[in-house]
Design a protein. Structure first.
Length: 162
């Protein structure tokens, strides 16, 4: 079986979508290939996100903040799923994704917006990472090959509503 391609979207593509990309690429064990992008990319990955990935022994090499337009051009990976992980990206007009991927909104509070001490920021990143990891694990448990498109969309929406 070929792997499912998943794109996680956020506005800045520096924290939540990066965490989700790295986690799914590890936890998906080859069943999924995850990517991330943003509508207005920050241009660099948040250092707290990189620190958290390293602490959890997840590969961070190759992760970069990039524009979602990269995934709407000829030759881009055919996307099976697109998840928005921030409320801003969910409300924006997205490019037309080739292949009509299943979409869902999995909004998570932005840890990069947290003000305060480094300890408070690390706690916010851990909370976002945990929430995304839980949702990804629920998705991984779905019998993807046995669900029709509408049922799969409903189940992914339900995961995002948790």
């Amino acid at each position: 079986m070929t792997a499912w391609n998943v794109l996680f979207l956020c506005t800045g593509n520096s924290a939540r979508s990066i965490l989700a990309e790295a986690y799914l690429n590890s936890a998906g064990k080859g069943r999924f290939v995850a990517y991330s992008a943003g509508s207005q990319p920050a241009g660099k990955v948040n250092p707290f996100a990189l620190e958290l990935l390293e602490k959890n022994r997840l590969p961070a090499q190759g992760l970069r903040s990039k524009n979602w337009d990269e995934f709407a051009v000829p030759g881009a990976p055919k996307l099976d799923f697109v998840f928005t992980v921030c409320d801003n990206a969910a409300g924006e007009v997205c490019p037309i994704w080739p292949g009509q991927p299943v979409t869902a909104h999995w909004g998570v509070a932005d840890p990069a917006a947290v003000q305060g001490s480094d300890a408070e920021k690390r706690k916010a990143f851990l909370r976002a990472f945990t929430e995304l990891g839980t949702r990804i694990n629920l998705m991984l448990a779905l019998p993807m090959e046995k669900l029709d498109r509408m049922t799969l969309k409903r189940r992914l929406d339900e995961i995002g509503a948790r």
